[in-house]
Design a protein around this ligand. Structure first.
Ligand SMILES: [Zn+2]
Ligand SMILES: [Zn+2]
Ligand SMILES: [Zn+2]
Length: 178
């Protein structure tokens, strides 16, 4: 029993991910701090990878960091238009591609939306997304073992998997408690 608990605790730790961040931050958490940390992390990642964190890339990430809910590209544009001239979609899509390539933003396929990563995990780390149907928040959990066995099962049929996406809908602990 104790071993199981130990394993569960370990599973929640992504390589390179700060262990202290909860999967779903409490509704009353200090989100400004959360967003500021994510911007700081993005600055470090860009510096390490010798990439330019241009104003539009920063603004798009900031728009996505307005909450823990994923936003569609046009919602990002609406959010940006509140504080700057309305950007062209292509500009926003390019910035989103950049942010995804550098592991700072995830695409939530089932929502056709983008999520700012609030965790500083490896860009290559496999994560599963937990999508709360009530508050719309999306949490991330490590999914490397699941992805590996899915890919192995796919390969055993002669299929060549490219990308595993694991998205699980449900209700987060905060909404269940509310
Ligand atoms: Zn937050
Ligand atoms: Zn992430
Ligand atoms: Zn919720």
């Amino acid at each position: 029993m104790r071993r199981d608990l130990g394993l569960a605790a370990e599973m929640l730790h992504l390589p390179g991910m700060s262990a202290v961040k909860p999967t779903f931050p409490a509704p009353d958490h200090d989100h400004d701090r959360c967003a500021a940390d994510a911007i700081l992390h993005a600055e470090k990642v860009c510096e390490r990878r010798a990439q330019k964190f241009t104003p539009i890339r920063r603004q798009v990430l900031q728009a996505l960091l307005s909450s823990h809910r994923p936003l569609g590209a046009y919602e990002v544009i609406d959010e940006l238009a509140r504080s700057m001239p309305r950007p062209a979609p292509i500009t926003v899509y390019r910035a989103l591609d950049f942010l995804m390539d550098n592991g700072l933003v995830h695409r939530i396929e089932s929502r056709n939306a983008y999520l700012a990563c609030a965790h500083d995990h490896d860009a290559a780390a496999m994560v599963a997304f937990l999508i709360c149907e009530r508050c719309g928040s999306v949490g991330e959990i490590p999914a490397a073992p699941v992805a590996q066995s899915l890919n192995a099962a796919a390969r055993s049929t002669g299929f060549t998997p490219k990308l595993s996406v694991v998205e699980i809908t449900g209700v987060c602990a905060h909404c269940q408690a509310a």
